[in-house]
Design a protein around this ligand. Structure first.
Ligand code: SAH
Ligand code: MG
Length: 215
């Protein structure tokens, strides 16, 4: 078993705003420690306020690599005013739009993990289009429409290095449990034969890039 996060990291995770339950967080951390051993960066799509980023950052610190987290910080569809997951505390009153970047920065500062994270503020497909570095792990936890989840997969899966991992959050095979776009991305990844599932925890799926397949 890979080492669990440090107690202070777990406390910071539990205190952070966000959408990742503890059990799934531990599975994310374990996969990130394993992937970090490849010596390649770990990348997250969907920072929000940094809850899951804390765990990637801890794993990056443990393995001597860096976590990268990508978000435009204006929130997903379901986080906008009037929608189910809206939090009025993360609206910038001056511009009247969501802005999770300040909360994210506080989260990471309090966790003592700033040195292990590069935050990229931008739209996932635009960042992916400029990307050139092989990644040990890609964690897809961004927008939940087919356009966004599909774009995240198309943009980032090709950058997963051989032996690297692809993690997908919010996979709900039963439509009664949640939206289907991340589930469809998960099915695409399996159908591509470029990824094989190695574990699951709640709605988190952990896949590894199959060996001997160019992407
Ligand atoms: N990982 C977080 C939750 C992420 S919520 C946690 O553990 O709590 C999803 C995030 O994806 C939101 O912050 C939203 O702004 C971001 N997002 C949605 N679509 C995006 C896109 N196309 N590009 C960049 N970020 C996006
Ligand atoms: Mg999620």
């Amino acid at each position: 078993m890979p080492p669990a996060p440090k107690p202070e990291t777990l406390a910071a995770f539990q205190a952070a705003k966000g959408f990742m339950p503890l059990g799934e967080g531990l599975a994310l951390h374990a996969a990130a420690v394993e992937a970090g051993a490849l010596g390649l960066p770990l990348l997250e799509v969907g920072t929000y306020c940094g809850r899951s980023t804390i765990l990637l950052a801890d794993a990056a610190r443990e393995t001597g690599t860096t976590a990268i987290t990508v978000d435009h910080h204006r929130g997903s569809e379901e986080q906008q005013p009037g929608w189910e997951y809206h939090d009025p505390d993360v609206v910038d009153p001056e511009v009247g739009e969501m802005d999770t970047l300040p909360t994210f920065r506080r989260t990471l500062y309090k966790a003592g993990l700033e040195d292990h994270v590069i935050a990229v503020v931008g739209r996932s497909p635009q960042v992916a289009a400029l990307w050139g570095t092989p990644l040990g792990l890609v964690f897809i936890d961004g927008g939940h429409t087919d356009e966004h989840a599909g774009g995240d997969y198309e943009g980032w899966a090709p950058h997963v290095a051989e032996h690297g991992m692809l993690l997908i959050h919010d996979v709900f095979p039963d439509p009664a449990d949640g939206g289907q776009a991340p589930y469809r991305v998960y099915l695409r990844a399996l159908a591509s034969n470029k990824f094989t599932q190695i574990s699951e925890s709640g709605s988190l799926r952990v896949l590894r890039r199959s060996t001997g397949t160019g992407i």
